[in-house]
Each structure stands twice: as structure tokens, then as C-alpha cells.
Design a protein around this ligand. Structure first.
Ligand code: ACO
Length: 378
């Protein structure tokens, strides 16, 4: 898309970097705003590297392993994935205790608003125990929120269980099948970190002010909530439901695009080819073989959407993004669609906490400038 030049000239005192932002990139496209050792996204090649590992090399990892990888060197207390798992288990119990008296306060809120409220109750501090608590708390809160919205009480965490297994157990009130735990682990690993996405940037900006860990991750959650970032997978299922049957696919998509609507689960600010996370998640959901025909139907919708996006938006390469198959994985393991953003937050908390640690090690306040385009005093 060609962006129009601003209607007034950029101030002459600005250097070229500031001019770039002012004249050509209202969404900070292509602006490098941080150095990181955590993850790298190559949008042209469709590659995601997490601390030296291609995403596809990590598709059978447990979530605790990616935490160990991301926190390694940034937190001296990090020893092994097993130790992290044990500490997470104890922290889930503590998070449950903190949550219980607060639960009535979430009534009437959406799932992500409820998570925002509960996370906000945790005090800011900079010890590694708080990073553990941030990761431990989200599944406890998210599961309890989902159950309360169905009129059910929260399920006590099992400190001995793996993080993904306990998440499903707290959601369903019974141990989940091994293939479901495996699929959720793959999902949590897949979304754990992804360069300087909007929510991670928000976390780093807040951390750079020394506001504290929970302020940083609550800010990140607020950024994640929007449908242009982490709020899309629920609407992906809404779209599949609205299409309904195979005979309707082409007409439904064409009408939506003709109305100027965006197809949820397609397009990305960075990727110009297929999002590598989409294939990893497609593999995870394929392994579940739920027999409902949902996946086969979704594949047909995906193929038709890609074809129509190519025809109707020829200047913009629009491919499947992570949210399309996220929706199918999370539906298949039993999460209600209203809770999908909270499950995303459970995985992305790994990256947010690591970026906060990295930002604090850098220690520089993030404070860019704006280009003033208003009137000058007479
Ligand atoms: N469906 C239809 N058209 C689209 C889509 C889409 N999903 N995505 C972009 N476009 C079109 C825009 O309408 C625009 O067309 P125009 O030039 O004719 O006006 C063009 O592509 C460029 O759009 P931008 O807004 O400049 O693209 P941007 O890089 O800002 O968008 C975004 C990225 C926000 C993800 C976008 O593709 C979108 O809204 N997708 C749908 C929502 C979604 O799937 N969100 C999850 C993203 S993944 C994640 O954050 C974890």
C-alpha cells in the first residue's frame, strides 16, 4: 500500500531516523527499536528462530523447556526445565490462593478483562519468583475464569503436573488425554516469543520505566487483547461457523471482502509468506484426529480465502497467520473461544517475562520522539 505523505513538512531539525517514522511508517514498520537475543522473525523467508532454534525443531518440546531457553542467562536462578516445572507447580498453588477471594469481582467481564483484573492484583517486584508467578498465574486464572463463566467453581492446581497438563486439568476438572496435553504444549511453545510484536514492545516500554514486572505484563496483555494482535482466534471460529457449509465458502468470503472486512487468521505485519507457526499448529491439531470434520472444513476455507485474497488484494501478499490454526487447536482441546486470548497470554508470558529481564539488563528508558505536525505559535 502506498502511504500518503504527511500534509505538512517534517521539522527541519529531525534526523533521518525520525523522519522515516514521521513520513513513511505510522505503524513503525521496519523501525528497529531494540536488540534482542530472544527471537528473530524473518518475514520474507517465513522463519522464526528462538534463541538459536528453528520453531519446527521445537514442535515436540514441553513449555517448561522453552521457558528454560528464554530465561537462560537472564535469570541466574534458572537451572533446568525440571526445576522450573517444580517451581511453577508451587506458584500455581499460591496463585490459586490469591485468586479465590478476588473471583466474584470478575463477574460481568469478558475473559480477557477478567484476566487483566486478576493479574493487576499481583504486586510489582523484581525477584525471579515473580517471573515464575507471572507464568504460573495465567493458567490458574484463565481456567478459573472459563469455569466461572459456565457457573462452575475453580479446580485446585496439581503442583506435580506439567504446566500444560495442569492447565487442562484445571479447565476440565479431570486429567486430559496425553495427545491433548501434547497439543497444548506445542501451542504454548509455538507462541512463546515472536520478536518485537506489539504486546512485547509494550512490555519493554513499561519495563524500561522501571515500573515493575506485573505492570509490564498487564500492559502487554492490554495490547494483546485487540483483534489485530491476539484477539483474532475466537473470531476465526465465528467465521467458520458463519460460513457453515462447504457450498457457502466462496460466496461468504467474497461478500465479506467486498464489504471491506478483514478475514481473521490471514495477513501479518512481518510475514509476507506463510507464518511458520501456522504449519506447526496445523500438525498439532492434525495429530488430534477429532473426527468432527472441522479440520477438513477449515482447510477448504483456508484454501479459498488464500485464493480470494490473492485475487482481491494482488498488491499485498496475504497468507495464513498463527491465529487460524490456533483457533482449531484450542477448540479441539476444549477451551471456550472467549478464552483463546487468555491461553495465548499463557504462552506469550514466557516471552514477555524474558523481554522484561532483557530490557532491565539494558537499562535504557525507551522514549522516542514524535514529529510535530500541528500549528506553530504566531
Ligand atoms: N483480510 C483482508 N484484507 C486484509 C487482511 C485480511 N486479513 N489483512 C490485510 N488486509 C489488507 C488491508 O485491507 C489492506 O488493503 P488495502 O491496501 O487495499 O487497504 C492491506 O491488506 C494492507 O493492510 P495493513 O492494515 O497495512 O496491513 P498490516 O500489516 O497493518 O496488517 C494485520 C496486519 C493487522 C494482522 C492484518 O493482516 C489483519 O487485520 N489481519 C486480520 C486479523 C488477524 O488475523 N490478526 C492476527 C494477527 S497474528 C498475531 O498478531 C498473533
Amino acid at each position: 500500500m502506498n502511504r500518503p505523505a504527511p500534509s505538512v513538512p517534517v521539522l527541519a531539525t529531525q534526523n533521518s531516523a525520525k523522519t522515516l517514522v514521521a513520513t513513511g511508517a505510522p505503524g513503525l514498520d521496519d523501525v528497529v527499536a531494540a536488540e534482542t537475543r530472544l527471537s528473530h522473525v524473518d518475514g520474507a523467508a517465513g522463519i522464526l528462530i528462538v534463541r538459536g532454534h528453528h520453531l519446527h525443531q521445537m514442535s515436540d518440546w514441553r513449555f517448561e523447556q522453552v521457558l528454560e531457553l528464554l530465561w537462560r542467562d537472564l535469570a541466574p536462578e534458572v537451572t533446568s526445565a525440571g526445576e522450573i516445572s517444580a517451581r511453577l507447580g508451587r506458584a500455581r498453588i499460591r496463585a490459586f490462593e490469591i485468586m479465590q477471594p478476588l473471583l466474584p469481582g470478575i463477574d460481568g467481564l469478558t475473559s480477557v478483562e477478567a484476566l487483566r483484573l486478576l493479574l493487576s492484583a499481583l504486586p510489582d517486584a523484581e525477584t525471579f519468583a515473580h517471573h515464575i508467578m507471572a507464568v504460573a498465574a495465567v493458567p490458574v486464572f484463565a481456567a478459573a475464569i472459563a469455569r466461572r463463566q459456565k457457573g462452575m467453581g475453580p479446580v485446585l492446581p496439581d503442583p506435580q503436573a506439567g504446566h500444560a497438563a495442569d492447565f487442562l486439568q484445571m479447565l476440565h476438572g479431570a486429567p486430559a488425554a496425553a495427545d491433548q496435553v501434547r497439543a497444548l504444549d506445542t501451542y504454548l511453545v509455538t507462541v512463546a516469543d515472536h520478536g518485537l510484536n506489539a504486546s512485547t514492545f509494550a512490555a519493554r516500554v513499561i519495563a524500561s520505566t522501571k515500573a515493575g514486572l506485573f505492570s509490564s505484563v498487564v500492559g502487554a496483555l492490554c495490547a494483546l487483547k485487540g483483534p489485530l494482535h491476539g484477539g483474532a482466534p475466537g473470531p476465526v471460529l465465528d467465521m467458520l461457523d458463519a460460513i457453515g457449509e462447504e457450498a457457502q465458502i466462496k460466496a461468504w468470503l467474497a461478500e465479506a471482502l467486498d464489504r471491506g472486512e478483514r478475514l481473521m487468521g490471514f495477513g501479518h505485519r512481518i510475514y509476507r509468506v506463510r507464518d511458520p507457526r501456522a504449519d506447526v499448529l496445523k500438525g498439532a491439531v492434525g495429530a488430534l484426529r477429532d473426527g468432527s470434520g472441522r479440520i477438513a472444513f477449515a482447510e477448504k476455507v483456508e484454501a479459498a480465502a488464500l485464493q480470494q485474497l490473492k485475487e482481491k488484494k494482488p498488491l499485498r501478499p496475504l497468507q495464513t497467520n498463527v491465529e487460524f490454526y490456533t483457533a482449531l487447536v484450542l477448540e479441539a482441546v476444549g477451551f471456550p473461544r472467549d478464552s483463546f486470548t487468555n491461553v495465548f497470554a499463557a504462552g506469550r508470558m514466557a516471552g514477555w517475562t524474558a523481554h522484561v529481564l532483557e530490557q532491565e539488563a539494558t537499562g535504557r528508558l525507551i522514549r522516542p520522539q514524535s514529529a510535530y505536525i500541528g500549528p506553530m505559535p504566531v
